[in-house]
Design a protein around this ligand. Sequence first.
Ligand code: COA
Length: 402
Amino acid sequence: MSIRFANSGDHRAIQGILEYCFSAVQFSGAEGHAPEPANQETETEEMRREKEEALTWVLVKEEADGRLGQHVQIVPLTIHFDGALHAMAGIGGVASLPEYRYGGGVMELLRYALQVMHERHIAFSELAPFSFAFYRKCGYEWGFRWHKLSIPMSELAQFRADKGNFVSLTEAHKEQAFAVRNLHGARFNGAERLEPVKKETFPPKNHLAYGVMGEDGALSGYAVFQIKENTIRCRDFFYRDIQAKRQLLHFFHRHNSQAETLILTVPETDTTLHLLGNQYLDVKAEAGMMVRVVDVPAALAAMKISEDLAGGFILQISDEMAPWNQGNWLVTVAEGRLKAERIEDREPDCMLSIQRLSQLVYGFVDGSELTDSGMAEWRNDVAKPLFSKVFQKRPTAQWIGF
Ligand SMILES: CC(C)(COP(=O)(O)OP(=O)(O)OC[C@H]1O[C@@H](n2cnc3c(N)ncnc32)[C@H](O)[C@@H]1OP(=O)(O)O)[C@@H](O)C(=O)NCCC(=O)NCCS
C-alpha cells in the first residue's frame, strides 16, 4: 500500500471512486485541477502541461494489488487575508471506496496532503466538511458562519429612493463582476480571489444575475439569485459601497409582484438587518466551512495587528498531523506584525490546539472569547492582556464550496 501523486493512467480509477462516492460529481476537470482522458489528436502542448500540473495536486492511495481505493485533491487557490493576498490550499474530492473505509487510509492521505502544502509554502487551508468531527481529527476547525435572513418584500420598500441603473448580467460582464466580488471579498478573511479567466460560466447555470452601475459607468454591485415558489434566494450579493448595496435591496423590492420573501444569505458580520425597519425577522444561523493553519510562523506573519502593540508571549501548539507546528513558539509583537520563533528552554504562557489557533488567526473568534470559554489552557496570566489585543475578531467568509 502506498500514497502517491496521481498519474494520467489513473483517470478511470479516480472517476470510478468519485462517481461511487459523489454520484453527481463528474471528474471532468471543471475546476481546472482534475485531468480528463487525453484526446491525442486535439490536445495541444499547453493542455498537456496543464493536465500534468493538475496531477501534482491529486493524491491517491494504491493497495497492494494495485487498485486505487482512496483519493484526495488539493485545490490551489488565493485568498484575501488581513488586506493582502495569500496562497490557500482547498481540500476536495475526499473519497474512499466502501471496501477500504474505516481503515485510516483517508486520514493518511490528508496527513500527506498537509505535508505537500507545507513543502509548497502554503500557510492556509480550507474545506467544506461532511462532518466537522472528521476533519477536526486532522486539525481543521469551524471558520465561517452565515446568516440566512428571511426579509419580507414589504421591508424593502424603504429603499424606494435608492434607484439605480440596473443591468441584466451576461458573460460579457464577468470581468467587472469579478472585480466587484474581489473588492467585496477583500473585507473578509478567507474569501477566494476570483481570477477573470475561470472556466465556469457566468452567470452560473439556472441562476439569474443583475447588477447596478455606479456613477463612473462601471458595475458597482451585483446579485446572483433564483426566484421560485414566491421566494427570491440570493447568496452571491456583492457591492463596492453602501450605495450599491441599498440599490440592490431596492432592485429586489421591484419583485414584490413575483415574490413575498427575499432569503438573503450573508456572512454573520453583515449589517443588513440594521438597515431594516423591523428586526422581528426569521434569521437562521448556518455553519460554514472549516479552516486550518498549515504553517504557524507563516500564518502569524500574515496577520496585521495594531501598530501600538509590543511585547511577546510563548504559545505551546499541539498539532499531531503537522509536527512542524508542534511545540513552543515565542511570539514577538512589534510594528503591527507577529514573528514566531522556536523556543525550547522556557515554559509556555498558553497552550492551544492548532484548531483553536486557526480560529484566532482567521479572526473567527478573539483571544478574550477563547480564554473566557476555556478553549485555551493558561500557565501565566500576565500574557493574557497582550494575547487578547493581538487576536481580534475580523470578518471571515468563503463563498465557494470545493
Ligand atoms: C468520509 C470518508 C472519506 C471516510 O473514509 P475512510 O476511509 O473511512 O476514512 P478513514 O478510515 O481514514 O477515517 C479516519 C477517521 O475518521 C473516522 N470516520 C470515518 N468515517 C466517518 C464518518 N462518516 N463520520 C465520522 N467519522 C468518520 C474513522 O472512525 C477514523 O477515526 P479514528 O481514527 O478516530 O478511528 C468515506 O466514508 C467516503 O468516501 N464517503 C463518501 C464521500 C464523502 O462524503 N466524502 C467527504 C466529503 S467532505
